[in-house]
Design a protein around this ligand. Structure first.
Ligand code: NDP
Length: 296
């Protein structure tokens, strides 16, 4: 069997165009423009690229983008004061603080100072609790993107065996909660899991969020399974820099029913879901119907 390749780039383009259509209608019918504020502290080069991409993607779908670039030596009090202003600003529907923060800043404290209704990354402790108890939450963008692709692939996920490899707060755990919410039978695997290969072989849905290049091999994959590779790993092969996932793509694609490539799989969905979350936050703030198909 050769797996169907799930084209995350095309999927993300569809999500962005759905968001753009909804934003245009909001403007016309309600005079509202959803707004996303992104806060970057310091000069981390990777973070600067992410923030630039978020800014341009936000403008492309017709939303307002508010960028706040603060020096690395910004104090916690100054950062919390800015978040307080953004929380109170009615033009701002989503707030994202780019992580990682410089070490002298307490990330948990900062994230938990965001108004949960504007927490478009879904990292606020209230949103974590809401998701965990099956209530309406802001959902972390990467797992939300994975869920959208899985629903598109399978329709109903009910009863399927899902294995999530990785238990981070930003990917593994929320992914598992979302799959449980869609009535999968969920296993979360991690670095202490015994016989990981055998655990993976049970999965109808296998989500890899590990951060180890090409660790999951084709013979760990159940024939016909859907494989979602969240990993982004930079390696050098044949003297050239390359981006690979946590799954050994060639061997897994020979067994799986469907698979996301790296690059071009989960990656593009993350920003698309950030835009979707900002739109959702705006609709909720104004008591309007939420965009269909763009929420968990
Ligand atoms: P973390 O490092 O926070 O978590 C990695 C998880 O993998 C941990 O739970 C760890 O287990 C587990 N793990 C590590 N080694 C093994 C092993 N040998 N066997 C089984 N489990 C193992 O990573 P993130 O969740 O933040 O990210 C995971 C990957 O996804 C990274 O490559 C990252 O770059 C990528 N990513 C991609 C995004 C996208 O937009 N596509 C967004 C976010 C992340 P333990 O808890 O026991 O240590």
């Amino acid at each position: 069997m050769t797996a169907k390749v799930i084209d995350g780039k095309a999927f993300a383009a569809r999500v962005r165009s759905q968001v753009a259509g909804h934003v245009a209608r909001l403007k016309e019918e309600s005079g509202l423009t959803p707004g996303l504020a992104v806060v970057l502290v310091g000069e981390d080069p990777a973070s600067q690229v992410y923030v630039r991409n978020k800014h341009s993607s936000t403008l492309e779908v017709g939303m307002a983008s508010f960028e706040h670039r603060l020096p690395a030596e910004t104090t916690e009090a100054e950062l919390l004061a800015l978040i307080g202003r953004l929380n109170a600003d009615p033009a701002v529907h989503g707030i994202l603080v780019q992580l990682p923060l410089p070490r002298h800043l307490d990330s948990d404290l900062v994230i938990n100072s965001i108004n949960p209704a504007k927490d478009v990354d879904g990292f606020h402790i209230s949103n974590v609790g809401l998701l965990g108890t099956g209530q309406k939450a802001m959902v972390p963008c990467t797992p939300l993107g994975c869920l959208m692709m899985l629903r598109d692939q399978h329709g109903s996920l009910a009863g399927l065996d899902a294995v999530v490899v990785g238990r981070s707060n930003i990917v593994g755990k929320p992914m598992a909660q979302l799959l449980l919410g869609d009535s999968c039978t969920v296993t979360i695997a991690h670095s202490r899991t015994r016989d990981l290969a055998e655990v993976c072989r049970r999965a109808d849905i296998l989500v890899a969020a590990v951060g180890r290049p090409e660790m999951i091999l084709g013979d760990w994959v159940k024939p016909g399974a859907t494989v979602i590779d969240v990993g982004i790993n930079r390696i050098t092969r044949d003297g050239k820099p390359r981006l690979v996932g946590d799954v050994h793509y060639a061997s897994a694609a020979a067994v799986a029913g469907a698979i996301t490539p790296v690059p071009g799989g989960v990656g593009p969905m993350t920003i698309a879901c950030l835009l979707a979350n900002t739109l959702t936050a705006c609709c909720r703030a104004h008591g309007l119907a939420e965009p269909e198909g763009l929420t968990a």
